[in-house]
Design a binder for this molecule. Structure first.
Ligand code: IMP
Length: 447
């Protein structure tokens, strides 16, 4: 294996999530020993197609689909234990056993029923323009508790000797008062029911809980390679995304140092995924959104419905302004341009090359969501391609117009497109450049 394979790599989304990270992680897996989730929770939805089977994972690292790979849930992830147990059981029913190769950080926080309730009630209470359109998985309230500290529950509390029952009863009593005061309902929250979930979590998950940070340092020391799997996408990043219409974690490679306890110096390849067009679920500004038949056509051709919530995704043209911004922040070394096949059949394909705000041309997204709502995209229409790309296996075999489209994106985003997706299967992936050391599509076909 080439030298690059012995160092870490990170796969993350350059836009608003759903960019095909699961497929890229799955393809990279054979070159790595351990796959780590470092941010987010069950708001993520990674779909991987293996042969004729499709797997949708929310909390489990995609790497566990590969026999012999270890999956790690790092300290930065917020874990809904019941959802995790359902995922583990769902895989077991399909013949994939994760025992002995799933590790959950003792520092990770638990998402409990009151987090999900608060997420739902606060969204219901918000008016149209302030509603974030969350996945209602309790992500924001759990991260808020983590930052506030006194109300948090971590896996170490579950397996340690602290008196969790009393602590949880106090949290629930306080939360009932808070929810009633703010939203006029406490959703019949019941401390004993929460404790019941915690008992199930302890019974089923305690065996997986450990100090994953020490474990990962041992992995590095022994010369093994780690793949970091970002969740959501960089335009949803709590610091750099389209705030406040973002998630509550650090979604790019910058999140892995905090969320996994591994320094960034261990990571050599930063693989940012995006589609050849753009999608967004939930509310918030979306400069290149197509609210016409072209957007509907992309949605149907690309099956753009949420893995986590089933919501139809909003669709629009590729936004090079947003991608250049996230490419710079992340230091992306390779772009994985997914769903190139979905655009087949358009006479012309749009690329947003600049923004116009109140008549002025700007080249980076403004911080204000209100301003971003007012931004108009400067769209360059380039010739499309009519060919079905799904049987193509090499970049050089793409139709000339598709190759020009890829080249235009590279020059606008200022990073190389090393991977292109031309269909959902592992084999439907074009790879070029140094990243070929890490992805052998032919070998992957046999897995
Ligand atoms: P939350 O993460 O559930 O709090 O949702 C905040 C925003 O992020 C909403 O607009 C969600 O739709 C969006 N979001 C969170 N995770 C993902 C993801 O994995 N893919 C796409 N959108 C996401």
């Amino acid at each position: 294996m080439a030298e690059t394979a012995r160092r870490g790599a990170c796969v993350f989304g350059l836009t608003w999530g759903d960019e095909g990270k699961g497929k890229i992680v799955d393809l990279l897996c054979p070159a790595f020993d351990v796959v780590v989730r470092f941010n987010g929770g069950a708001n993520a939805g990674h779909t991987v197609r293996v042969g004729s089977e499709s797997f949708a994972l929310h909390l489990l690292p995609t790497g566990v689909l590969r026999p012999g790979h270890t999956g790690v849930i790092g300290p930065g992830v917020v874990v809904d234990p019941i959802q995790l147990i359902e995922e583990i059981d769902g895989l077991a029913k399909r013949g994939i056993d994760v025992s002995g190769r799933l590790l959950i950080s003792d520092r990770a926080h638990l998402v409990l029923p009151y987090h999900k309730l608060e997420d739902q009630l606060s969204e219901q209470a918000a008016s149209g323009s302030t509603r974030i359109g969350t996945t209602a998985r309790g992500i924001g309230p759990c991260y808020a508790d983590k930052m506030k500290r006194s109300n948090a529950v971590r896996f170490i509390d579950l397996v340690g000797d602290s008196d969790l029952a009393d602590h949880v009863r106090q949290i629930v009593a306080a939360r009932k008062g808070m929810l009633t005061a703010l939203y006029g309902s406490d959703g019949d929250l019941d401390a004993e029911a929460v404790l019941q979930d915690i008992a199930v979590a302890k019974d089923r998950l305690a065996a997986y809980v450990c100090d994953t940070t020490s474990y990962l340092h041992g992995v590095i020391h022994s010369g093994k390679a780690i793949l970091f799997e970002g969740a959501n996408g960089m335009l949803l990043d709590v610091d750099h995304g389209t705030y406040p219409f973002v998630t509550s974690s650090s979604t790019g490679p910058h999140g892995l140092a905090a969320g996994a306890g591994v320094p960034l110096t261990q990571v050599t390849r930063l693989i940012g995924t995006t589609k050849a067009y753009t999608t967004r679920v939930g509310s918030g500004p979306f400069v290149t959104e197509l609210k016409d038949a072209r957007g509907d056509r992309i949605r149907e051709a690309g099956h753009e419905y949420g893995t986590t919530t089933g919501r139809p995704r909003r669709c629009g043209w590729f936004d090079s302004v947003a991608c250049r911004y996230t490419a710079r922040i992340s230091g992306v070394t390779d772009i994985a341009l997914m769903h190139l096949d979905t655009l087949s059949g358009f006479d012309e394909v749009g690329i947003c090359v600049a923004y116009r705000l109140d008549g002025e041309r700007i080249s980076a997204p403004p911080a204000s969501a209100a301003q971003l709502e007012r931004v108009e995209p400067v769209i360059e229409l380039v010739p499309g391609w009519q060919e079905d790309l799904r049987a193509i296996r090499r970049f050089e075999d793409l139709p000339a117009t598709a190759r020009d489209f890829v080249q235009r994106i590279e020059s606008l985003v200022r990073a190389p497109v090393s991977i292109a997706g031309v269909g959902p299967d592992r084999a439907q992936t074009l790879v070029r450049g140094p990243i070929q050391d890490l992805i052998n599509v032919t070998e992957n076909q046999a897995v």
